[in-house]
Design a protein around this ligand. Structure first.
Ligand code: ATP
Length: 271
């Protein structure tokens, strides 16, 4: 399947990607996706669909997990990157914020941010102030041990750390996971602000409402394949997406969690 994200030229594109873990477990089965420069693209999918695996393939982190790209390609700014090591990929301007916000719990907020900035000392100070400007709560807590921050603050710290090296493209893996609705709103607004500053965003989310409300384009992944690929507005209107991800029936009434779970068990996008 060819990606159809936008007429704008993609800064990041994935083509027919196949990934296998432990030489035998095929998790990605020909995934194609395009992220236009300067936009937000959402990637939706249930647990185990392969979203994190796709991010690992883009950032070169499959090795660590005994995974391997067996077919297909990833290109960034027109250049193939799927054979490059993670450090080279990061240096080209792709940064991933891992699911579960892996911060250094024993380090202070400021130390965590300094670790993220692979730049000269003067630039480091500028970037630190820029990140503190974006996340004022981190500035207030700059000397605090990161492990004592709230979940939302830790998510902001993980995002701030990724921004310290001024990436061109930010990959966010479920930034809203486990956060209260009000904090999810804040994270959502921050993603919009980061994007408005010129950073392209690939947003992996199970919170489809949040992701599709800010993305220009969305992909739905199931069982290692892209099964839907549409402008975000159209995905929000799609009856399958509304029922499956938003828990809304055709009449707009919210379904119970049990109903949605039941639906998840019987629903198959692909026969
Ligand atoms: P989640 O939101 O639950 O993380 P996901 O869509 O990100 O889901 P992945 O984490 O990419 O999905 O996992 C896709 C499949 O690959 C799952 O069946 C998972 O068990 C399997 N998998 C992930 N990592 C490994 C690994 N290191 N070795 C073997 N199988 C793995």
């Amino acid at each position: 399947m060819r990606p159809t994200a936008s007429v704008a030229s993609p800064i990041l594109s994935v083509s027919n990607l196949e990934v296998v873990y432990d030489d035998v477990i095929q998790v990605l089965k020909g995934v194609s996706l395009a992220v236009p420069e300067g936009k937000i693209v959402a990637l939706l999918g249930a647990n185990g669909a392969g979203k994190t695996t796709l991010l690992r393939a883009i950032t070169g982190l499959l090795d660590v997990h005994e995974g391997e790209i067996t077919k297909g390609s990833v290109t960034f700014a027109g250049r193939p990157i799927h054979h490059l090591p993670p450090t080279r990929i990061a240096a080209l301007g792709i940064k991933q914020v891992l699911e579960g916000r892996r911060i250094f719990a024993e380090l202070t907020v400021e130390e965590n941010l300094r670790v993220g900035g692979h730049v000269a000392a003067k630039q480091l100070r500028t970037n630190l102030e820029r990140v503190f400007g974006l996340f004022p709560v981190l500035a207030q807590r700059r000397k605090r041990t990161a492990g004592y921050l709230s979940g939302g603050e830790q998510q902001m710290l993980a995002m701030g750390r990724a921004l310290m090296s001024e990436p061109r493209c930010l990959l966010l893996d479920e930034p809203s996971l486990g956060l209260a609705p009000l904090i999810v709103q804040q994270i959502r607004d921050l993603i919009v602000e980061i994007n408005a500053g010129g950073t392209t965003v690939l947003l992996v989310e199970q919170n489809a409402t949040m992701a599709l409300s800010i993305a220009e384009h969305g992909y739905v992944m199931e069982n290692g394949k892209i099964v839907m690929d549409k402008p975000a507005k159209e995905l929000l209107e799609d009856s399958d997406v509304r029922e499956f991800y938003l828990g809304l029936g055709a009449e707009g009434a919210a379904k119970s969690f049990r109903d949605v779970k039941h639906y998840k068990r019987r629903k198959r996008w692909l026969s």
